[in-house]
Design a protein around this ligand. Structure first.
Ligand code: ACO
Length: 402
């Protein structure tokens, strides 16, 4: 049953709900999840159908505007996104200010927030056109900034976008190409990249999206709000999980060590968790993981990596966890990050970039939620607390404290 506390005015009801496990903070028409049945719908469309038939950019349109585009609308949207792929040349100076060994997510927190210092014609949140241009800019520029953060960490020159390429192929070009040469992009890999973006595009009120809404509820500009979302996504319990999966596989190192790590994951005195397993919402299976697993098999097959020792560890872990009593009983299935981590590693993308790619894919979801909130009536988000600190007491001068 849902109780709308807005009807209980006069501070009559106070709920204490750490982790917001049973408190809705907004109404939304964007995404529906049924964790028990493994259902994920964007604007009513099942994620499996979108992954099979749609593209990332079409799904961006769907999330933001609420309907699938007509052919002409899709063409126009793709054209606008292409038009905005470049970033202000002075943003290079931002990159140059960072240490080369900075984590790319640290760089992204800075440079995405800095967009608000460059695009003054998309900062007035009361102006619908400003909000729309900000959305185009963010979707367009995220891959460019992501690739720049990678190139900077490698000490390589930045590669400008090549707008004759599709969105995901263009991103791979900016990552793996050079200013002199276009990267050779395998269409199967480009399609896998597009699916990774699409499968991460939205997931209703997760930690980073809720952060974007909370930041936006104060009237902050869209670039600042998305930077806040990027910061929230960085943690290993959220977007950092796919990076943590690879680090864990590397730490396991050999198939013969798997049992030891499985035992550690079950040991309540050991903080170790099997990364890429379990989900707050999906307690039977993650529908995105099903699609991602299929793409993962395609990519490993295409690149001839099925016998790579690291991926063999992953396959065995997956099998054990799906059969082991502890994991089955606690409904800890491989999640989308388990498979996306393996795909990204197979493509040759360094682990520090994994969460940056998640952030790039999640951008339309963040924008759609921010836009939905700003377009309707909303109040500044201000969670309550249950105070457990000291009772009132008098200040004691420093020389009289014992
Ligand atoms: N390995 C071992 N045991 C686990 C794991 C795991 N990966 N995940 C949960 N458990 C156990 C917990 O110890 C707990 O056991 P208990 O009931 O005996 O105390 C039980 O399962 C429930 O765990 P909670 O932490 O209460 O579940 P919650 O829903 O709060 O957390 C989370 C979900 C954060 C995803 C968790 O499963 C986890 O840490 N997984 C690993 C990190 C990960 O892969 N995160 C990616 C999430 S997907 C995404 O962001 C797109």
């Amino acid at each position: 049953d849902v109780v709308d506390v807005r009807s209980l005015t006069g501070e009559g009801l106070f709920t204490y709900d750490p982790g917001f496990v049973s408190t809705a903070a907004c109404e939304s028409k964007i995404t529906y999840i049924d964790g028990d049945k493994g259902i994920l719908l964007h604007r009513g469309y099942p994620i499996e159908q979108l992954a099979e038939h749609s593209t990332y950019l079409e799904t961006c349109f769907l999330l933001i505007y609420g309907e699938l585009p007509l052919q002409s609308e899709l063409r126009e949207f793709e054209e606008i996104i292409r038009k905005h792929t470049m970033v202000h040349e002075q943003l290079r100076n931002f990159f140059n200010g960072f240490r080369r060994d900075a984590h790319p997510m640290a760089v992204m927190c800075g440079v995405v927030g800095a967009l608000s210092a460059f695009y003054h014609d998309s900062l007035d949140i009361s102006n619908e056109r400003h909000r729309e241009i900000a959305a185009f800019r963010l979707i367009s520029k995220m891959p460019t900034l992501a690739a720049m953060s990678y190139k900077y960490s490698k000490g390589q020159p930045f590669v400008y976008p090549r707008n004759s390429l599709d969105y995901s192929a263009n991103f791979l070009h900016m990552l793996f190409g050079t200013p002199c040469e276009e990267a050779e992009v395998n269409p199967i890999i480009a399609r896998a990249m597009d699916r990774i973006f699409l499968l991460h595009a939205d997931h209703e009120q997760n930690a980073s999206t809720s952060t974007v809404r909370l930041a936006g509820s104060s009237g902050a500009n869209p670039f600042a709000c998305i930077a806040a979302g990027i910061a929230a996504l960085w943690g290993p319990a959220h977007g950092g999980a796919n990076e943590a999966v690879l680090n864990m596989l590397q730490e396991i190192g050999d198939e013969k060590n798997i049992d030891k790590y499985i035992a550690r994951a079950k040991d309540k005195d050991d903080p170790f968790r099997l990364m890429g397993f379990g989900h707050r919402v999906y307690k039977n299976f993650d529908p995105r993981a099903k699609v991602m697993k299929q793409t993962c098999d395609e990519v490993l097959n295409e690149l001839g990596l099925e016998d790579d020792p690291l991926f063999k560890i992953a396959k065995r872990l997956e099998k054990i966890a799906l059969e082991d009593e502890y994991f089955v009983e606690k409904k800890l299935y491989p999640n989308v990050d388990f498979y996306s981590g393996i795909i990204l590693k197979a493509i040759g993308i360094p682990t520090e970039m994994f969460t940056v790619i998640f952030a790039t894919g999640r951008t339309p979801g963040w924008i759609a939620h921010w836009h939905e909130m700003i377009s309707g009536p909303y109040r500044i988000g201000r969670p309550r607390q249950l105070y457990t600190g000291s009772d009132i007491r008098d200040y004691v001068a420093v020389n009289q404290r014992s």
